[in-house]
Design a protein around this ligand. Sequence first.
Ligand code: PMP
Length: 441
Amino acid sequence: MTDIADRLEELRAAGLYRRLRLVSGPQGPRVLLDGREVLLLCSNNYLGLADHPGVRRSAAEAAMRWGTGAGASRLICGNMTLHRRLEERLADFHGTDSALLFGSGYLANMGTIAALTRAGEVVFSDEYNHASIIDGCRLSRAETFVYHHRDTDHLAWGLRRAEGRGSLIATDGLFSMDGDVAPIAELVGLARRYDCRLLVDEAHAIGAIGPAGRGSVAEAGLEEEVDVIVGTLGKALGSYGAYVGASREITELLVNAARPFIFSTALPPSNVAAAMAALKLIVARPERADRLRRNADLLRRELAAAGMDPSGSRTHIVPLVVGDADSAVALCERALERGVFAQAIRPPTVPDGTSRLRLTVMATHREAELRHAANMIGTAARDLGLATEAAEWDWEEPVSRPESALDRAPAKAPPPPAEGAPSLASQMPPGPLSIDLDEAA
Ligand code: PMP
């Protein structure tokens, strides 16, 4: 039997021990972290929709109307009208025949890869793919060929060696830890040439890149050519859950063969309604994605001016690779002392020797906040000998944010309403719902 204390000690000795930090209040540009206000630079709430009043209201209204839980898996009795409506809208968004919701992106990748591949076949996976794709390959009975990151020559070599047994190429669209984008056009070409399906995980691309925030496949103009899109609801869409966009035949197979779909409770109505409201906002308000892009450009420029090298990415995910795990943790702690929180990312999430701060920008960050963050990270890195000397510094303090109803949201759960108190619905901030929930009735 494994000695748990020994295992924990091993992790500590390797610089890989992790602990949970505590955020109070909603995910915004600034949060209370372990009781201290910090600038948040590592949330995937890219468009600020997880704390958007209309999205929150839709979630709350849906809970009041449809309850808090779906009660069962979709195939038992948990398939609710709201699920169907969101699937229709997601399919419209991506221009796919159909879409199918999953409990999370992790479950979507695991279930889909395992369901689409069989013993004797080969699945091809980029070496920097997300853990859920890796675990999907492990769950699959097919062999896995891991090709070098974005290296289509290596992939082509593997496809030739598979001699017709290739069945699926799986890739992140926008790589979660590096912020770079998969070579979609070349992957489509190889998939067609070698008669394989192509799965693109757009978890970090949805809402953020491509026309109308439709992701990396849309950015490449190849929506018709990709067999499976995996998207998550928990990042730019500000909710929780995930979906697969694909042909009707594929989603029909997933309903029958994807174990995480079959054996797991359906998403709760509030999450589905929040994602529906967020999707509507993404389509109606493309300026949020524009702002995200501008913020990411600004952060990169300011980091470079502060002696850091953010050149690996052109998107809202900006990795600052420092090397060993201890240095990444030290940089994270130093930046935190200066009021900026960007989590250190270490193996096994990233390869040995490439531990990093993974900075993520939000559309709701103010320019002054990003300038300040870059300065603070640059200073922290110079203190540790991890950055070059910065030239001229612009020591601008972050501007104070005018207090809004959202900022005043309680850090702790409010006490339960007293008997006879007004209902939750009547306590919602006023204003129209972001989605017409009647459409989903
Ligand atoms: N795919 C990628 C590329 C991811 O980065 C993540 C989560 N970080 C997932 C899938 C899993 O999504 P979820 O958080 O919804 O499980």
